[in-house]
Design a protein around this ligand. Structure first.
Ligand code: GUN
Length: 280
């Protein structure tokens, strides 16, 4: 049976460290979240982020918008938040109901893009420059580190999600291939992977016989079904084959929230002048 990678426990340890660091700062870091529409899952995720921030001593400001809010109104709000000294991180909860997420995210000052979704951050990451990396990808990397995973990786996802992850994997000398759920090569690529990362949002896409024995399996997919939250990996059959596996819930989800806090601290340090030049 596979070792279960407990994302909740790992996230808790990271959150404790963040709390200690925040307490030592000269001012309070602040996160602004834009939440558009009334999708209940998005509201739940945002409430988890609020709780994590408040427990860590990070100020949390929520801006709620109706489903039909114009892209312009969101962009204007972001431009205002970009200028505010008390806001170090800006996050637009996805998916947006009708607005173009790329346009809205592009308005965020890259130094405040704590999700790591701004194209400038991806570009800087690619060039090896200081950047805010995707919180989800950072969470996946921490879990792989915890699992002491090695070998070659297969990412089953859109190229958008895979891009930052591939760069972070490469930094750890892990080669990866990206494959989409509907690809002819899915079975072959999955079967060859020592490390399998799945983020398609298709419950039960990956089953036991598809997985290489002993592989480390990271399930990023989280879909609400009648039977509760389900991942992209069929846990029951895959845990019998894999060497290590993340549960859903309790795997990548809590790690994404913890790495969001890490990114807020990083943004704070990018934006704050060095202590020596601050007035006493
Ligand atoms: N919706 C699902 N996951 C995420 C995430 O990591 N960030 C944002 N902003 N929205 C999401």
């Amino acid at each position: 049976m596979a070792h279960i990678l407990d994302g909740r426990a790992l996230a808790e340890r990271i959150r404790e460290k963040i709390k200690t660091r925040v307490a030592a700062l000269p001012s309070k870091p602040g996160l602004a979240v834009l939440l558009v529409g009334d999708d209940s899952a998005s509201h739940l995720y945002v409430s988890l982020k609020r709780q994590a921030c408040e427990e860590s001593g990070i100020a949390f400001k929520l801006f709620l918008y109706t489903t039909t809010t114009s892209e312009n109104e969101l962009v204007e709000k972001i431009q205002d938040l970009n200028q505010r000294d008390d806001i170090h991180g800006i996050l637009v909860q996805l998916p947006l109901p009708t607005q173009n997420a790329d346009h809205v995210i592009a308005a965020i000052d890259p130094r405040k893009d704590v999700d790591g979704f701004h194209p400038e951050n991806l570009k800087r990451l690619r060039e090896g420059k200081p950047a805010i990396a995707s919180a989800v990808a950072l969470g996946v990397m921490k879990l792989l580190d915890e699992a002491k995973a090695h070998g070659n990786a297969c990412i089953v996802s859109s190229s958008l999600f895979a891009a930052p992850l591939q760069i972070l994997l490469k930094e750890q000398v892990i080669d990866s291939v990206v494959v989409q759920a509907e690809s002819q090569e899915l079975a072959q690529s999955v079967r060859a992977a020592d490390i399998l990362i799945v983020a398609e949002g298709i419950p039960g896409l990956i089953t036991g016989p598809m997985v290489k024995p002993g592989a480390t399996v990271i399930d990023v997919g989280t879909t609400r079904t009648d039977e509760g939250l389900r991942g992209d990996v069929d846990f029951e059959s895959v845990e019998k084959i894999a060497g290590a596996i993340t549960p859903v819930p309790g795997g990548v989800g809590p790690m994404t929230v913890a790495m969001l806090l890490v990114n807020i601290l990083k943004a704070y340090s990018l934006l704050s002048p060095p202590l020596s030049s601050q007035p006493l």
